[in-house]
Ligand binder design. Structure first.
Ligand SMILES: Cc1cc2nc3c(=O)[nH]c(=O)nc-3n(C[C@H](O)[C@H](O)[C@H](O)COP(=O)(O)O)c2cc1C
Length: 231
């Protein structure tokens, strides 16, 4: 299974470690590709909207495209982010902003509707739920139908500080998550994803989208007619 990991941090702390534990239990090293933020996309969205007309016109297209080409070809996406001030890390949020043209309201990609994802966050105490939600919301709007989340309070600033008992729990939890992924080979778009898509389709049909270029994307895919991105 081809895995692409997007880490919302450059360093290899508890969050990275847990994400890798899951990935290693699912696939071989050769099938795992990793991106680190901000290392691999060190930019913020400028709000220029150039991508609305032509996605290649984003000032950061080259770096972004490297990541998104890998994302599009992956079977499983694993996102990791430490909880920072009750939310996902700033580099992760910046990645979300820079890929907003993938959202269903704009130019969804067919491949997303059969993908799976896992989102991991650690906190010292509280906040993993809201940190994870930043990413699961994006995945919903990308069209990814199957998302497993894992948030844990590690009561530590780094992996070395995590208590042995907690590490044992994490070992068991990551095995359970990996087995869950390995057991199910096909995923299907659910009602929520389909309903969202149909709402966005209606908006495109009524010319409530961001413009003609975006509408053409929908038209070219046949979605304004009877084609759908799911099987
Ligand atoms: C800028 C910053 C903000 C943080 N905010 C929170 C927080 O809101 N809630 C919390 O419980 N821990 C918070 N922490 C602690 C980290 O989430 C926690 O130590 C996490 O496990 C670190 O993951 P890492 O080892 O992958 O870096 C924060 C740490 C930093 C550096």
């Amino acid at each position: 299974m081809k895995i692409v990991m997007i880490h919302g941090q450059n360093h290899k702390g508890s969050t990275y470690k847990i994400g890798r534990m899951i990935a290693n239990k699912i696939s071989r090293e050769d099938d795992i590709v990793e991106f680190f933020l901000p290392r691999d996309l060190n930019h913020f969205c400028l709000g220029c909207y150039a991508c609305m007309e032509d996605v290649t016109k984003c000032p950061f297209y080259e770096e972004k495209n490297k990541i998104m080409t890998a994302v599009e070809s992956a079977d499983l996406l694993i996102f990791t982010t430490p909880t920072y001030c009750l939310r996902a890390s700033a580099p992760m949020k910046s990645f979300i902003d820079l890929t907003f043209n993938y959202w269903m309201i704009h130019r969804p990609r067919k491949c997303m509707f059969s993908k799976r994802a896992i989102v991991v966050s650690t906190a010292a105490g509280i906040g993993t739920k809201s940190a994870i939600k930043d990413i699961t919301t994006t995945l919903l709007y990308w069209g990814v139908p199957s998302v497993i989340t894992y948030g844990i309070s590690v009561q530590a600033m780094n992996w070395a500080g995590v208590a042995d008992k907690k590490k044992e729990k994490i070992e068991k939890d990551t095995t359970r998550i990996a087995n869950k992924v390995l057991k199910r080979n096909r995923v299907k778009a659910g009602l929520k994803t389909k309903a969202l898509f149909m709402m966005m389709r209606m908006m495109q049909k009524k010319d409530w989208g961001s413009g003609e270029a975006e509408k053409m994307h929908w038209d070219k895919n046949g979605w304004l007619g009877t084609e759908r991105p799911w099987k």
